[in-house]
Design a protein around this ligand. Structure first.
Ligand SMILES: Nc1ncnc2c1ncn2[C@@H]1O[C@H](COP(=O)(O)OP(=O)(O)OP(=O)(O)O)[C@@H](O)[C@H]1O
Length: 291
């Protein structure tokens, strides 16, 4: 079990904000931290990794104490068994893919792990190349492999896929799920993408202004069953046109842009960039096999 209980005063865009977190995370789960920008998600990951100091609190991971401010315990980041992948890959530009992984290896550890990881995330053909010759998705695979070299207990993923296009994203999600299982990790993922959250995580912790407002199994938090819809898609709103009493919404769903008519009450609450769930109840779709 990972037990988090800490507080930190933050300076948010509109003034002071107290980040106050108390939760238990079961070993082996893949948890998404979900919530508005500025809710405190990255700070939680940084506090867990030991990169940011909370004002007070306690963190214990599988019965070992990583932080206890009352008793002056604060494990250094290197001593915490944590792997971290950010949105920007932060690879060493002057080293090859393999050298990037080797650099992360402790001297006393067995180097077999490097080849194993290269195989797992299919970097074999790229291993002697420098990061700047790789695509974003390939670099992110290297970053993922590098985060696992020291066999962490916990993998922290701070929107690692948000800069990638849908297809590459999907592939990387699969790699993440594979390593999560194979390494027996507890993984904390920050994501704004509902379809990604649904595909990836067992549990969701939803935050607002520094506090946990909901927490539970993913299906329960995104309780789409209640809609009793027959067809559901998530997408991003990219255009809103008002016409008399209706709105024409352009929604990007994967690579496609779909136009949808919304009534005033639906349209009034929407803004460009919103992630939306589109569901339809009674219709007769035409299904054709492609490719
Ligand atoms: N060390 C710090 N001291 C004071 N305030 C901070 C500190 N670190 C972050 N903040 C502020 O706390 C708020 C929460 O930041 P955080 O990066 O954790 O949010 P987030 O939920 O990850 O947001 P996003 O989704 O945009 O990445 C922000 O307003 C930020 O400016």
């Amino acid at each position: 079990m990972i037990a988090l209980n800490f507080q930190k005063k933050l300076i948010a865009a509109n003034g002071k904000m107290l980040l106050s977190v108390e939760t238990l995370i079961k070993e082996g789960s893949l948890v998404t931290l979900f919530g508005k920008s500025g809710a405190g998600k990255t700070t939680i990951l940084r506090i867990l990794a030991g990169l940011t100091q909370p004002d007070s609190g306690k963190i214990s991971v599988h019965n070992s104490i990583w932080l206890d401010t009352q008793n002056n315990i604060n494990l250094k980041p290197q001593k915490r068994k944590v792997g971290y992948v950010f949105q920007d890959y932060a690879l060493f530009p002057n080293m090859t893919v393999k050298e990037n992984l080797e650099f992360a290896l402790n001297k006393e550890d067995n180097s077999n792990i490097i080849n194993h990881l290269i195989e797992m995330v299919e970097l074999g053909e790229l291993q002697h190349r420098k990061p700047f010759t790789l695509s974003g998705g390939q670099q992110q695979r290297v970053a993922l492999a590098r985060a696992l070299v020291q066999k962490p207990k916990i993998l922290l993923l701070d929107e690692p896929l948000s800069a990638l296009d849908e297809e590459i994203r999907y592939k990387l999600q699969k790699y993440i799920l594979t390593v999560h299982k194979e390494f027996g990790l507890t993984t904390l993922l920050i994501s704004h993408d509902v379809s990604e959250v649904l595909r990836m995580s067992d549990l969701v912790i939803e935050l607002n202004e520094g506090k946990i407002i909901r927490q539970g199994p993913t299906n329960q938090i995104f309780n789409y069953q209640d809609l009793s819809a027959k067809f559901q898609l998530t997408g991003t709103l990219i255009q809103i046109i008002k016409q008399d009493f209706i709105y024409i919404l352009s929604v990007q769903i994967g690579k496609d842009i779909v136009k949808i008519v919304a009534d005033e009450s639906e349209g009034n609450n929407l803004a460009i960039g919103d992630k939306i769930l589109v569901s339809a109840k009674a219709f007769n779709p035409i299904i054709q096999k492609i490719g």
